[in-house]
Design a protein around this ligand. Structure first.
Ligand code: HAM
Length: 422
């Protein structure tokens, strides 16, 4: 055999045994988005590189180190999307969606690409379930998004997740915080790693994201954004929290949560869990009021979140098998004539909307019954020479171990009727 080609490091297959869980999560998410008035938009996964540089920010880890960027054959620089927000906003601007709806609620789901170091819960191709509310500066938008998330978690049986919230201020109050932070970090500059020393000049907020111990020590007693908020930002943050309280939504303020993307203003939030000592973010989101304007659109506010789908699925403590879609009927056949009839019957039933299966490899009757069991078929029908001669066969309900005789003439209609009322 030739040497087999494997998948790229950090890129994962979602195998048939696992895909049922994905379908379930996506279905619950779609239903929840629909209940909250969100519409799906599916942007392409490849965009012009400038879109991400301009939105996520030049001095961020994503843009500096993690993007899959390449030159197309015409020398244009293209990038596999590292997140969905920028693409959704580009589409919103390009198709003038703001002219038909003053407030747009959009969602999308799909693969994202970041060339990070693969480890538990971190991949180079991963998936996000992303939602954005565009055109609403009101704190109700912030609270509604978190309530949507909370509802989605509850519907998936996840009830004890806690939101961390913060406000990063606005262009009026952020500069005074930035000055205070730089002054504080400059005192302990020798503790900072080389990257953070550079960040001190380019993007000091990013120091909060650094995992290196010295940088952590330099941040002890550092000023925190919520202490520097201007009155309108304070008021906005207070109202968001009041709405969250009115929905009984558990949350804590984490003044150190700055998020890894540069476009945020005012409210930011995350849902994180502790796993094997490390904390893992399941959801990240926040408000980005100047971004649509910076991307060439109208001066429209926006806020959104993205769930890491792999991480969300890893929290669902249910066996993959629970999500497999078993056939309603398995037709076990003995002999050539019966096998041909089973093949026809099975496909006619499928066309009529009954999920049905047969064995294609000539297994013994016992082997076929085992297969029906393994697949979890609700019913089996046994077809042999005798059944064909008698013009009727036994339909067995596997769970109840009961049987009933069905006539072969017009069997598809009869079985479809029995199975739809089971
Ligand atoms: P983010 O925090 O970069 O935000 O990513 C959101 C979520 O995607 C994370 O909390 C995590 O669950 C998942 N994620 C990120 N990187 C990886 C990875 N390498 N492997 C597995 N999962 C990962 C954003 O992307 C923003 N666009 C969120 C947003 C939407 N803000 C406003 N609107």
């Amino acid at each position: 055999m030739k040497e087999a080609i494997t998948a790229i490091k950090g890129f994962k297959d979602i195998l048939p045994g696992q895909a049922g869980k994905w379908q379930q999560v996506e279905a619950v998410a779609r239903r929840t988005f629909s209940d909250f008035g969100f519409k799906e938009l599916r942007p392409p996964i490849l965009e012009k590189t400038a879109l991400f540089v301009r939105s996520i920010g030049e001095a961020t880890d994503i843009v500096e180190k993690e993007m899959y960027t390449f030159r197309d054959r015409n020398e244009e620089s293209l990038t596999l999307r590292p997140e969905a927000t920028a693409s959704l906003l580009r589409a919103y601007i390009e198709h003038h969606i703001y002219t038909s709806d003053q407030v747009s609620k959009l969602y999308t789901m799909g693969p994202m690409f970041r060339r990070e170091r693969p480890q538990k819960g971190r991949f180079r191709q991963f998936h996000q379930i992303d939602a954005e509310i565009l055109g609403l500066a009101d704190p109700r938008a912030d609270a509604e998004l978190m309530l949507l998330l909370h509802t989605l978690f509850q519907r998936l049986g996840l009830s004890r997740l806690q939101f961390e919230v913060n406000s990063l201020g606005c262009p009026d109050c952020r500069p005074s915080f930035r000055l205070a932070l730089v002054a504080h970090l400059a005192q302990g500059e020798e503790l900072l790693c080389a990257d953070c020393r550079r960040r001190l000049k380019t993007n000091p907020l990013r120091v909060f994201d650094c995992k290196i111990e010295g940088c952590g020590r330099a941040l002890v007693n550092a000023p925190l954004v919520p202490d520097y908020l201007c009155l309108p930002c304070l008021d906005h943050f207070r109202k968001v929290r009041e709405y969250l309280d009115s929905f009984g939504l558990n949350h804590v303020v984490n003044g150190r949560m700055v998020r890894g993307l540069d476009y945020y203003q005012r409210t930011t939030f995350e849902v994180t869990i502790k796993q094997e000592g490390a904390s893992l973010a399941i959801v990240g989101g926040g408000r980005y009021d100047g971004l649509i304007r910076d991307l060439g659109g109208p001066d429209t506010p926006g806020i959104g979140f993205a769930i890491g789908t792999e991480r969300l699925i890893s929290l669902l403590d249910l066996p993959d098998e629970r999500f497999l879609d078993p056939p309603a009927l398995f037709i076990a056949a003995q002999g050539k004539e019966a096998a041909d009839l089973a093949f026809l019957m099975c496909n006619r039933l499928r066309i009529a909307g009954v999920s049905a299966e047969i064995n294609y490899t000539g297994k013994s009757l016992k082997g076929q019954m085992k297969e029906a069991d393994r697949l979890g078929a609700a019913y089996t029908l046994i077809l042999g020479e005798r059944e064909i001669q008698e013009g009727q066969a036994e339909l067995r309900h596997m769970g109840r171990a009961t049987q009933q005789k069905v006539k072969l003439a017009g069997i598809e209609t009869e079985i479809a009727g029995i199975i739809s009322t089971r």
